[in-house]
Each structure stands twice: as structure tokens, then as C-alpha cells.
Design a protein. Structure first.
Lengths: 443, 575
């Protein structure tokens, strides 16, 4: 029985239409060591991102020591429990290459490799899209994107220069999308393919055929937008295929309790609560192999997160609060960064507490965390900080502080792309183009 | 003399007026009383190249309004499609640039499933389907064909081709036979139709213009769609499609007949609500929140009601009563809800009610509504700069440059300085030459709204200091918000900005410098007709410029400068 191929069994059964199939128990499908699938294939690797707005307070953020034995300064003290699972990069640079947009250029460079030349318009797809396309579609969702800000306009993922992936902003909507009626429990003992989905898939083929007629009627720029839409149809087709195929069992996958919707608002406690609920859903979705690419926004560039009893939201605070000369930083601005870092710690631990094989889900992830600026007060694109988390199936080392000596922030993305197995020589454009992987963290 | 769109417009001006009056009820100052109307078209419309033919994605509202008109008002879905990217002051222009991502298409598909299920629902089907299958457990091509021929024409905004119709019917039949249920089969085919590219995208097609050699005009169906999306924010109805089919939209009489019918339709209200919601950038309400400790009276419902108040006033003033657009900025007439009454410090009405601010009230015009005041303020305090910037950009079409990247505002917080009131803090900007250039444009307007705090509640003092709400707008001085409203009302950029936005919104294309003579002409005519919105809409939609199109200019290809993706994406994104 060890050589049973579930998909082959299922495919045979499916040809007969709607059937219910009894399946062996899930532990049957891991190999004896628990570090690979039964057929010898490696555990899947995943790529994630995390974003916070408004940068850092250099004086209390940047560790004094480099390497493994560094001490966490007070602004990131809350990372102590995840220190072994992350890397901190400091003194990174993004190049503006002409135009500059205060809270936009920095993160767009880090995520697309190219400096934007028009406000709110990326010149390239973002790294999550490149990776999702590169690893191919084996999951229900190509990628997942969420924001804790409650604002659907906070964009962090570009499918193309003109098309973005809007973030999920409501925990209830996100829950329904992931674990609502269309969710297929990979560990369910039986599997019944839906006859409705079968005919739906057939009807979709007809929709796809229509695109050819339309393409002849439009110019080249609009044709690219139709291509984008066609990709979306393929995405739907893939979802239908997924629904018609019994998924591989995932030992940690448990359908979570129904999420509740939350109040709108940007009080930091509320933002953190929203972040944590959506993070838990996202981590479980990854554990259930619903997607292998995921993005989370904690706060946005013009962050309007507020602190109870303080009259300035985060962004305004960074510009208007005087630097405390004794402390060497802006105390309230730092308060906001500390809250962000607590959420980063939560995000990392959400993946590390889920067991997968003989390790954790985080062990099979590469997560990149970055911001829009270094010093928010002056929108600096120098001395920026970023993180990675996860060991990507053993390909990446963690637990390090790496002062990057004004090196390119795009090196982190490039390292992630290479680690995910994409065959590239360079990434990015103009001054931000890079061909360098960060040797210190690559095994 | 050749009959032109302009001459017909002149001849039918009064007919239009009466149609509007009958639509809007007995308004004291309806256009029927206007002496300006007959003198409407004094000059010929300047020539223009034509707006680019574009592929536009339907917005969420356009998609949902269309479904509601086709399938009935109880078809309710709330898929939360993301808004387009605001371009040249309008979200509507962003839909001519953006595509539909995989995640978005997934939302469309979910909405389509919900709608299809509602259409074939046992309780509704007899109302929505005009035929009954011979056997509900199997395919019935005749009945399905009847359904798709009717509904398909409305959602595709043109008649289906024979092939298209047979494909939908065949798909419904196959599904019905597989599922052993005619209605479920029909639903599957409806779902597919509702996500098909011809439905989700508007593809504008053109034909040579027989009146103007070497020029292209939208063909009848494309023009019908452009008109309907503009005026109704929905697809054309049966009659408009019929007019398109018969070529009537390309005859001046035929077009004016349809436009007058559309302007008199109740659907105009939804259409113009969408336009003003876009022009006023009210999409910001989606994420508006106020500090609960500072402003406990302001809740999510207050925000929703504030948006509603201003839209109600705009529709009541401009459509129902057909009044001068400029008076929107001085009118004391409004509508209040119980939640708004709490902020306005008025006795709460049981439900939405008309209300007129008294003559001695500090409020007059929509700029003194909670909506503008709260959206253009911080979550914890007012902001003269944000308010001034919004008024310049949204109402006068005057872009304000962003602050320099490396500006340091921390002196504003210096505890040694005596910056007590917001005016003190803002005045600091004017002392600093780096800041003063732009703040001189925004702050003197915004400061006159300082009698209203971060949620738009009235106040006379700030931190114990009496508030000085004096201000200026391009040389006109005033002492308070009422004065600001009057100055805005008389500002020449106010009507020309509306014209600019209305033309760009209607054609789906940003205006350019070459459009200036045309826009100036529209503005003059707008003034001659008493600054009445329906008359402006009529002028724009009757102009040849509205239906004239040109091939879109290709914008610079991002791939040359960056890692823009194309298929296969990974290969293009990298080297």
C-alpha cells in the first residue's frame, strides 16, 4: 500500500462522476522520517511577505553587534522569542532613479526591483507574483494578500503594472474565502467531487474561448489587460480542478472557527487584533496548502494607526514629534514601531507554531519583511531595515543580524527568488538591479 | 441647412426643460423658469480629435446596477470589488487603465454564482423567467433560448450573435442534463455569462463618421453604452439598445430624444450619485475612522450618513430642483439623520429628514457638511491644510504639489514655542520659505473651516483660545466658513472644474491641453444655461466630441525600463 498514488486513484474514480471515496489515513502519506511526502518529494516551500509602514528609529532598532550573537535593542526587544527564526538586515539602500514618492518608492523598489516613476503606479509586477507564476499553480489560490488596516486601497501586490491584487481587509470575508463552503478539508476521510463544479468548469471553457474575438478588437495595451483577465480565468479553472481533486492530506490543517467581522478603525490595539486574526487564518490556509504565496500588511505608508490618548496618528507623529535629544529618537514614533514589531513577532510565531513533518511550517517558508523608508521623518531610502524569517526547507540560515553597508535592498528579494528555485541571473532595473544573493544567509 | 446635433439641441431646449420639470416635481425655480435656456447655443462647438477608444472594466456599481435593472431590485450581492486607481481626479478614469486580477475575477465569479442562484430560485423564477420548461429535469433549448436572447442582450449591451446564443443554450442544456435539473443548468450558464469578457469589459468599437471625413465615431451600441454608463452608471436599457439598433443615436433628433428620456429617468439619480461620489473622492469614507476617545459621538454609521447627506443634497439641489450648481456651496438646505444630528447638536429626527440651517448658522454649503470636514481631517484633530488641499483639488481642479521629501515639521511640536491653536501651528508653515509656497495655496482656505473640529462639530475655541476663522481665496477675504462658501461659489474655476470632470468621467478619458477650447465652450454654455447640471449633461452628450473617438496612443512600454511581466511572466520579469 505504500506506493498508492492518491491522485491516480481519485482520477479513476472521478471519471465515474459524483462518487464518495474512502481514503487512507493522512499519516500514510508522509515518509518514515516525516520530512518529505511519501513519494519522496520534498515538503513544499512557500514565500511570504510582511509589511509595515514608517520605518525604524535607528538609535534603538539597529543591533550593535553583527552575526549570531547580537543583542536586541529596545525597539525590537519583543522579537526575542522569534530571534532564532529570523534575520535582521540594516543599512539597506533603495535607489529612486529619478522621481520620488515619499511612502511609495521605498517599498516598491524592495518588492518589484524597480523605482516607480509615477505615484501609485508600479513599473513591474511584485515579487510575490513573480514567485507565484514561477512555482506554477498547484494550490487553490495563486496568492493571498491581507491588510490589518481595514482599507482595501492599501496595495502591496501587483499582478502587472496596471493590475493590483487587492488585499483582504475583513476577517470575515477572508475566512469565508478560505474556509467557507468551498473549502475542501484535505484530511477528510471521504471525498465527493461536486457535479455542479464539473459543469461549471465546462462552461468556463466557453468563456475562455470568447477572449479571442475580443482581442482582435483592441489595441496592444488593452490586449495586455485582456491577457491579465485570461490569466484570471485560468486561475478559476485551476480552482475548479482543485475542487474536483482530493487534496493531499496536510497534517496540521484544521478548519478554524468562523471569524467575526471587526469594527473599522485604526487604533493600534484594533489593528493588532485584526492583524492577528487574519494572520492565524493565513497561516492555517498555508498549512492546508491553499496557497504557497502570501502577503500581509500591518500598516501602510501613510500609516494612520493611532495611540489611545495621543493626538497624532503614526504618520503625522513621525513628521511632527521632536526628537528627544536625551533618548536620541522620537518617543511616540518609536512607540508605533514597537507595536509593529510585536505584530511581526506574532506573524513569525504563527507559522512556527504549526507543526509540519518533523519541523514547523516556518521551516518551509521564506518570509520577507520590509518597510517604505528608513527614517520616516525625512522619508529616507537609506539606512532602511528589513527581515527574513524561515529556513526555506533548510536552504536559508536564520538568527543573524547582517549590517548591509548601504547595499541594495533588492538583494533580499533576489535571494528569495533564487531560494524559491527561480532560474534568474538578475532581478530589478536600473540602479536597483541586482545579481547578488546574500551569501551570509544562504546554506 | 444641415441638421446638426447643435441645432437640434437649440430647438429642443425647452422640451428638455419640461421633461425635467415633470421628473422633478414642482420645484419653484426649475429650469422651466430659466430665461437662459433658449439662448443656449451661441457658438459652434470647437473641433476636437476624439477621445481614445478604450477597453474599460465595469466598476462594481455599474455591474451591480445593471444586474439589478435586469434581474430585479431584490438581487443583492456585495462582493466588495476594489476601487480602481484614482487617475486625474477620478476613479472612473482608472477603470480605463486597470485590469482584472485573478483575485478580482474570483470575486466576480462568486457574485455571479449568487446572482444565478437568485435568478433560478424557486420563489423568483416565475417572475424572472418568461417561459416554463416542458420537463424541469432536463434541458429545454427553446425556453433557455428565449431567456438568453432577452437577458443576454441587456447584459452584453448588444444583441447576442447566433453563435453566442447557441453556446449559452448548449451549455445550459449540457449542465441541465448532467444535473438533471433545467434550472440548475440554466444557472451554470448564467454564471458563465456574467463573468464573460464581453460583460465585464466595455470594448468601444467605432465606425467612419459620414458627417466628418477621416473621423471615427462610436458605433450605435458603443455610444449607447457610453451614454448609459455616464448618466445611469449602468448598462443601456431595452429602449436605448433599440435606438442604437435603428441607428437613431446617430441622428440629432434620435439622440436628443434618448438623452432627454435618460435625463428624466429615475436612474439618473444613481448615475449622478456615482459621479459626485467619485468627484468628491468619497471613496475615502470606506476607511474613515475617528479616535474613539476624542470623538465618541462619531461612529461608522455617522461616517456612512455623512456621505449620504452630501449626496442627497447634491441630487436634491441639482437634479430634483434643477438649481444652479454654484449654489451647492452656499445652500443652507440639507438632510439630517439621527446620527448626524448628534454631531450637528440638533434635536434628533426619527429618520432622515429635510433640514434648513438657520440664517445665523455657521453652516452653509456642502463644504460645511460633516462629510467634507471629517474626511479631510486627521483622526484626532482638524487639518486646514488637508481641507484646503481637498477644496483646491476636488472642487477647483487645481493640483497641489506634495510636500518635499525631506521636510522636518518637528518645530511644530516644539514645546517652547507658543503654538496653541491650529492657526498658530499652520502659520508656522508660512514662516518657513520651503513650506510657504504650497501652504499659501491651501491654508488660507482651510483655516476658515477651523470652527469645525476633526469630525465637523462646531466649536468656538481651541485650547481656551477663541478661534479666528478668517481666510482668503485667491484675493477674496472672508471671516468664516459661510464667507468661504460664497467665495467658492463665485470662483471661476468652480464651474469649469465641474465641466472638466463631467466630460472626462463621461468619456472615460483624462482631458488634455488640446481639449481646452472645447471645455471652455462647454463652460460658457453651462453659464448661459444657468449652471444647471442636466443642461450640462445634455450639452456634453449631444456634442460630437462625446461620440468621436480616436485610436488610443500607446503609452511607453514599461518593459523597456523595468521588469514588466508578460507571458511567460517569470521570463519577462527577469533576465
Amino acid at each position: 500500500m505504500q506506493n498508492v498514488n492518491r491522485r491516480r486513484v481519485l482520477r479513476g474514480m472521478l471519471n465515474g462522476g459524483a462518487v464518495t471515496v474512502g481514503l487512507p489515513l493522512l499519516n500514510y502519506f508522509l515518509n518514515g522520517n516525516g520530512n518529505a511526502m511519501a513519494d519522496g518529494a520534498a515538503m513544499p516551500v512557500r514565500f511570504g511577505t510582511w509589511y509595515w509602514g514608517q520605518g525604524i528609529s535607528k538609535a534603538v532598532f539597529v543591533p550593535k553587534q553583527a552575526g549570531a550573537n547580537y543583542e536586541l535593542p529596545e525597539e525590537i526587544e519583543c522579537l526575542k522569542d522569534v530571534k532564532k527564526d529570523i534575520n535582521i538586515f540594516t543599512n539597506l539602500t533603495a535607489y529612486r532613479d529619478g522621481a520620488f514618492f515619499c511612502h511609495y518608492t521605498g517599498w516598491v523598489v524592495a518588492r518589484t526591483g524597480v523605482a516607480p516613476q509615477v505615484q501609485n503606479q508600479s513599473l513591474a509586477e511584485s515579487i510575490d507574483t513573480t514567485i507565484a507564476n514561477g512555482i506554477g499553480r498547484t494550490t487553490r489560490f495563486k496568492s493571498l494578500t491581507c491588510t490589518s488596516t481595514g482599507d482595501v486601497r492599501d496595495i502591496i501586490s501587483y499582478e502587472s503594472p496596471t493590475t493590483n491584487n487587492p488585499p483582504e481587509f475583513s476577517p470575515l470575508n477572508f475566512y469565508t474565502r478560505l474556509f467557507g463552503p468551498d473549502f475542501q478539508d484535505p484530511n477528510a476521510p471521504t471525498f465527493t467531487p461536486s457535479p455542479t463544479v464539473m459543469v461549471r468548469k465546462s462552461a468556463l471553457t466557453g468563456v475562455m474561448d470568447k477572449i479571442k474575438t475580443l482581442e482582435n478588437k483592441v489595441g496592444s495595451e488593452d490586449r495586455a489587460r485582456l491577457d491579465q483577465y485570461f490569466t484570471g480565468l485560468r486561475h478559476l479553472e485551476n480552482q475548479f480542478n482543485q475542487q474536483l481533486t482530493k487534496p493531499e492530506p496536510r497534517e496540521a490543517c484544521v478548519r478554524p472557527k468562523q471569524a467575526k467581522d471587526m469594527d473599522t478603525g485604526s487604533d493600534s490595539a484594533l489593528v493588532a487584533q485584526r492583524h492577528n486574526v487574519m494572520t492565524d487564518l493565513m497561516a492555517m490556509a498555508v498549512a492546508c496548502d491553499q496557497s504557497r504565496v502570501f502577503n500581509m500588511i500591518y500598516s501602510y505608508g501613510f500609516s494612520n494607526t493611532t495611540k489611545a490618548g495621543y493626538d497624532k496618528p503614526h504618520h503625522t507623529c513621525t513628521h511632527e514629534e521632536p526628537k528627544d535629544e536625551k533618548l536620541g529618537y522620537q518617543p511616540n514614533a518609536s512607540w508605533f514601531v514597537r507595536r509593529a514589531m510585536e505584530s511581526w513577532a506574532y506573524y513569525v510565531s504563527a507559522f512556527s507554531k504549526i507543526k509540519e513533518g518533523d519541523g514547523t511550517l516556518l521551516d518551509n517558508c521564506f518570509i520577507m519583511g520590509n518597510s517604505d523608508v528608513g527614517d520616516a521623518r525625512v522619508h529616507s531610502l537609506e539606512e532602511m531595515a528589513a527581515f527574513t524569517a524561515g529556513r526555506m526547507g533548510g536552504k536559508i540560515k536564520t538568527g543573524l543580524h547582517i549590517p548591509y553597508n548601504a547595499g541594495k535592498i533588492t538583494d533580499i528579494g533576489f535571494t528569495g527568488l533564487k531560494a524559491m528555485g527561480l532560474d534568474l541571473k538578475t532581478w530589478g532595473g536600473k540602479s536597483n538591479e541586482t545579481d547578488k544573493t546574500i551569501g551570509e544567509i544562504v546554506v | 441647412m444641415r441638421e446638426t446635433f447643435t441645432s437640434v439641441l437649440r430647438g429642443t431646449a425647452l422640451a428638455c426643460v419640461f421633461a425635467l420639470a415633470s421628473c422633478s416635481g414642482p420645484a419653484a425655480d426649475s429650469v422651466a423658469d430659466s430665461k437662459a435656456a433658449p439662448a443656449a447655443v451661441a457658438s459652434a462647438t470647437p473641433e476636437m480629435q476624439g477621445t481614445p477608444k478604450r477597453l474599460r472594466a465595469l466598476t462594481q456599481e455599474q455591474y451591480l446596477n445593471t444586474l439589478t435593472y435586469v434581474f430585479g431590485p431584490d438581487i443583492q450581492v456585495n462582493p466588495n470589488f476594489p476601487p480602481a486607481q484614482r487617475t486625474e481626479g477620478l476613479l472612473a478614469l482608472g477603470s480605463g487603465r486597470g485590469g482584472v486580477s485573478s483575485a478580482q475575477l474570483e470575486l466576480y465569479q462568486k457574485a455571479a454564482v449568487t446572482v444565478a442562484q437568485m435568478v433560478v430560485d424557486e420563489d423568483r423564477r416565475t417572475f424572472l423567467l418568461t417561459c416554463t420548461p416542458k420537463d424541469p429535469k432536463t434541458a429545454d433549448a427553446a425556453c433557455a433560448s428565449q431567456f438568453f436572447a432577452h437577458v443576454g442582450r441587456l447584459v452584453h449591451r448588444r444583441p447576442l450573435t447566433k453563435i453566442e446564443l447557441s453556446e449559452y443554450v448548449e451549455e445550459a442544456g449540457n449542465a441541465a442534463n448532467s444535473l438533471k435539473d433545467f434550472y440548475r443548468g440554466l444557472a451554470v450558464s448564467i454564471e458563465a455569462m456574467l463573468i464573460s469578457p464581453d460583460v465585464l469589459f466595455v470594448v468601444e468599437t467605432s465606425e467612419p463618421d459620414p458627417r466628418n471625413k477621416d473621423q471615427q465615431r462610436l458605433d450605435g451600441y458603443s455610444l449607447a453604452t457610453r451614454l448609459a454608463l455616464y448618466l445611469w452608471n449602468a448598462a443601456p436599457d431595452d429602449e436605448l439598445l433599440r435606438a442604437a439598433e435603428k441607428g437613431e443615436l446617430h441622428t440629432p433628433k434620435g439622440r436628443v430624444k434618448q438623452i432627454d428620456r435618460m435625463l428624466a429617468s429615475p436612474r439618473l439619480e444613481k448615475g449622478m450619485r456615482a459621479f459626485f461620489d467619485d468627484m468628491f473622492a468619497f471613496d475615502s469614507f470606506a476607511a474613515l475612522s475617528k479616535d474613539a476617545m476624542m470623538y465618541p459621538v462619531f461612529t461608522g454609521v455617522t461616517a456612512t450618513d455623512a456621505r449620504e447627506e452630501t449626496l442627497r443634497v447634491a441630487i436634491d439641489h441639482l437634479i430634483t430642483k434643477n438649481r444652479d450648481y454654484r449654489d451647492l456651496y452656499t445652500t443652507r438646505e440639507t438632510f439630517i439623520s439621527p446620527r448626524l444630528a448628534a454631531v450637528y447638536k440638533l434635536p434628533a429626527p426619527p429618520t432622515w429628514s429635510r433640514y434648513t440651517f438657520p440664517e445665523n448658522s455657521p453652516r452653509a454649503g456642502i463644504v460645511t457638511h460633516i462629510s467634507f470636514l471629517a474626511v479631510h481631517a486627521h483622526s484626532v484633530r482638524s487639518s486646514p491644510t488637508m481641507r484646503g488641499k481637498a477644496l483646491r483639488e476636488l472642487l477647483l481642479c487645481q493640483p497641489v504639489p506634495p510636500p518635499p521629501a525631506n521636510v522636518d515639521f518637528s518645530a511644530l511640536e516644539n514645546p517652547k514655542a507658543t503654538l496653541k491653536t491650529t492657526r498658530d501651528r499652520v502659520d508656522f508653515h508660512l514662516e518657513n520659505p520651503v513650506c510657504a509656497g504650497c501652504h499659501k495655496i491651501t491654508d488660507p482656505m482651510g483655516l476658515s473651516l477651523e470652527n469645525f473640529d476633526g469630525i465637523g462639530a462646531y466649536r468656538e475655541t481651541e485650547k481656551g483660545q477663541k478661534i479666528d476663522a478668517s481666510g482668503t481665496l485667491d484675493g477674496k477675504a472672508f471671516t468664516d466658513a459661510v464667507g468661504l462658501g460664497k467665495a467658492l461659489r463665485d470662483h471661476p474655476a468652480l464651474p469649469s472644474c465641474l465641466v472638466k470632470r463631467a466630460f472626462a468621467y463621461g468619456t472615460g478619458s483624462p482631458t488634455t491641453n488640446t481639449d481646452r477650447p472645447l471645455l471652455a465652450h462647454f463652460t460658457t454654455k453651462f453659464g448661459e444655461e444657468g449652471y444647471k447640471l442636466p443642461a450640462l449633461l445634455r450639452t456634453i452628450t449631444m456634442s460630437e466630441a462625446f461620440s468621436r473617438v480616436a485610436e488610443p496612443k500607446t503609452s511607453p512600454t514599461p518593459a523597456k525600463t523595468a521588469n514588466a511581466p508578460s507571458a511567460p511572466a517569470v521570463a519577462a520579469n527577469t533576465k
